[in-house]
Design a protein around this ligand. Structure first.
Ligand code: ADP
Ligand code: MG
Length: 723
């Protein structure tokens, strides 16, 4: 049964007189006990502020109040009528309760019915007048309203649920839009002047609504224009907050000291000359931008963006070589141990001819290597490795988060490179160098690298603190990966193709969108029917390819198991690897030539493009098969984009248009509302908000005059940097 709680529909006295502000926990609001507190927690609502910023996803327009005799069939209408008769009827066959009322408005009568809301009898009383909002229908010659929203006429809260545009909210079990509407209406009356984050002059200049107006108009608009104005204000505020945070960070960093690393052209020429390939123009240009940055006396803060396989590692290696030559240390941090080891070998190969010592530091129980070049890799104890780092014997230390979390001390760390992890706050950097023996380096230079192409518009909105370098071309002679969209009917054919490839000694990836078939079986779940990794692994092994070795890898496996699996795959002990999106970043197994993606429409284009980049890493022709599970026109246009384009940037632009900014922000989403999320791609609004943020910051860098803004900036910075 639908549970509307015991909420009356109009006549409850409003709230107590207790003091209330935005930070007041919901359980202190009248009518919200522990039951609702728990339910609201599911919607991530914990405070008054969370409630007020729980924004409607849409509105229903019941603003037309009609007489029964003029009401038109099929239209959303509000009528005011007196209840002549009302009763509950049990329908045993269908196991439900029908509440049926006859209502009268002047001479005209109508029937009103509700399903499974027997408690309405407590509040909808005979001989009293009510507003009913719903769709008018004609049944058995009666004007009929089915499941309308009802509200007592002339009550204090009349006009909350009927006779107007009513907001529809994201709901959860036991928390209906009607309930939320009621509570928010009361809150808005009690909190008349919510504190402003935006400085007053900016509200005036940009002709924005005040916070109070915006909240009122977003929850209880009089018309569509109200909602637009309110959305603009809400989006502006959040983007302004992001921009202020990014700018503040940028300014803070530019005021820090870093060591200037001179560019040693001879060394670089020699290094480039000894590479087994010619650098692309993009690689030359971006390397130069980086080297120029590092010549300055304040820390570099640069993001190097380049498609999968565009050759970012060698650009990083050039910066490292130059840093080493100037007798400073570098650190390269990557998200996983598998990648750390891979980079270790790769950078070692690229810098073979330079005289550089490289250390690899990963998890707690892991082994450590160091390399005095000219000899072979040697395994050394962690203790020895750390000694070599602090003595300056190691020029480049590669590793996972262990680099900053463990008690690693450097001699004179001057360059930090992050692969596939874009943000790193001043604080984190300061933490790294606070362990420098050399005291003249305050903050190291920072280079972040990513293969997620970020559209230009979005780059400004979310990476406004970083300078951007783009690698826009791939090295010559790359074979195009043959990409096909395939359907259930093609499955047999695809599998026989896979069989032939494996028999030729090639390897295959199969990506599924979920881990376990038993999770999220709940009806209507986003993941219902989605192929699960475990299920698919079993099916392929038992039914399709009993003779091949099929491996499995997913995020819930322990690091050791993951590593073993990846090693086995690299060493060809596994022919087909069934995986979740964990293999998305940077895994390099050139012998893999086939990529099968199940439930392909569930991934973003940029992500699909990343998956595809796992194959096509050798001279052999590679293939990518996309199996969509459902096939809407939207799916079709997205998949077609993937078939026709091999350019990550243009795919990212399309992704942004089709799916919004969410995919680009990563998991945490910075706590943004959907409204702000949509607006991140609105370049005009972003620019206005940015200009306003610049004004604020220029006048008051420390935000001393804007304490609320300052505390919000601090909060956001923490989320951005995962501090
Ligand atoms: P990513 O940008 O995805 O990190 P990598 O740096 O791993 O790409 O480079 C992918 C492969 O391309 C490596 O094997 C690398 O040696 C090779 N490579 C890099 N630059 C060039 C180039 N200019 N010409 C040919 N091959 C290159
Ligand atoms: Mg890489």
């Amino acid at each position: 049964m639908r549970d509307c709680g015991s909420l009356d529909i109009g006549s409850i006295p409003i709230g107590s007189t207790k003091k209330m502000n935005l930070k007041t926990p919901v359980e202190n609001i009248q009518y919200i006990g522990t039951v609702y507190q728990k339910r609201l927690a599911k919607l991530k609502i914990h405070t008054v502020e969370d409630l007020l910023t729980h924004l409607p996803t849409k509105y229903e327009d019941f603003s037309v109040v009609a007489n029964l005799c003029s009401a038109e069939k099929g239209q959303n209408t509000t009528i005011r009528a007196k209840v002549i008769k009302i009763e509950n009827k049990r329908i045993f066959k269908k196991k439900m309760v029908l509440t049926e009322a006859v209502v009268q408005d002047g001479e005209a009568k109508a029937k009103v019915i509700w399903f499974n809301q027997p408690y309405l009898l407590n509040s909808v009383k005979e001989d009293e007048e009510f507003f009913f909002s719903g769709k008018i229908d004609i049944r058995n010659k009666w004007l009929t309203l089915t499941n309308p929203v009802v509200e007592k006429a002339f009550s204090k809260s009349a006009g909350t649920h009927t006779g107007r545009m009513i907001p529809i909210y994201p709901e959860t079990r036991g928390v209906t839009s009607k309930w939320i509407r009621f509570v928010i209406k009361n809150l808005l009356e009690r909190i008349e002047n919510p504190p402003e984050i935006l400085p007053e002059e900016i509200i005036k200049e940009q002709k924005l609504l005040t916070k109070a107006e915006a909240l009122k108009k977003i929850h209880f608009p009089d018309n569509i224009d109200d909602t637009k104005e309110a959305r603009r204000r809400i989006a502006f505020e959040q983007i302004y907050l992001i921009q202020t945070t990014l700018l503040e960070e940028k300014i803070r960093i530019s005021r820090e000291n870093a060591v200037s690393i001179p560019i040693n052209v001879d060394i670089l020429k020699r290094l480039v000359g000894q590479l087994p390939f010619k650098l692309t123009d993009s690689q030359r240009k971006t390397s130069w931008q980086i080297l120029k940055d590092m010549e300055k006396k304040y820390p570099m803060n640069r993001l190097l963006e380049g498609d999968v396989g565009s050759g970012k590692t060698v650009v990083a290696a050039i910066a490292i070589a130059n840093t080493t030559r100037a007798k400073f240390q570098s650190a390269l941090m990557v998200p996983t141990e598998v990648l750390a080891k891979q980079h270790f070998k790769e950078v070692f190969n690229l810098l073979k001819s330079s005289n550089i010592n490289i250390g690899l530091l990963t998890g707690k129980e892991d082994k450590f290597y160091s390399k005095k070049l000219k000899s072979d890799f040697i395994e050394i104890s962690r203790k020895k490795l750390l000694e070599k780092v602090v003595s300056g014997d190691i020029d480049l230390l590669i590793g996972t988060h262990a680099l900053i979390q463990d008690k690693v001390k450097f001699n004179n760390l001057a360059l930090v490179i992050l692969d596939e992890q874009h943000r790193f706050g001043v604080k984190q950097r300061a933490k790294l160098v606070s362990r420098n023996k050399a005291t003249d380096i305050r903050i190291p230079h920072l280079l972040s690298m990513t293969a997620t192409p970020i559209p230009r518009t979005l780059a400004l909105s979310i990476y406004g603190d970083l300078d951007l370098s783009l690698i826009t071309q791939l090295p010559k002679g790359r074979k195009k990966i043959s990409t096909k969209m395939v359907f259930e009917k093609d499955r047999v054919e695809v599998y026989s193709f896979v069989k032939k490839q494996v028999q030729k000694g090639k390897q295959v990836f199969v990506i599924c969108p979920r881990i376990d078939p038993d999770e999220d079986k709940e009806e209507g779940s986003r993941w219902a029917n989605v192929k699960a990794v475990k299920e698919e692994h079993e099916r392929l092994q038992k039914e399709i390819f009993p003779k091949f070795n099929i491996g499995i890898i997913h995020g819930k496996m322990g690091i050791k198991d993951k590593e073993r699996t990846m090693r086995d795959f690299k060493n060809k002990k596994i022919d087909i690897l069934v995986s979740t999106s964990v293999i998305e970043v940077g895994i390099d197994v050139p012998n893999a030539t086939v990529m099968i993606i199940e439930g392909a429409e569930r991934f973003g284009l940029a992500q699909l493009h990343q998956f595809r980049g796992r194959v096509g890493r050798s001279k052999s022709q590679s293939y990518c098969f996309l199996f969509p599970e459902s096939f809407s026109p939207k799916t079709k246009s997205r998949m077609t984009a993937l078939l026709s384009s091999a350019d990550g940037f243009s795919l990212a632009e399309q992704d942004l248009k089709l799916r919004g900014a969410g995919d680009f922000l990563g998991k945490r989403q910075w706590g943004l509302t959907d409204i702000a999320m949509d607006s991140l791609a609105n370049i005009k609004l972003v620019q206005l908000a940015r200009e306003s943020a610049i004004k604020t910051i220029e006048k008051d860098v420390s935000l001393r005059r804007h304490p609320l803004l300052k505390s919000k900036v601090n909060e956001l910075r923490k989320v951005m940097h995962l501090e």
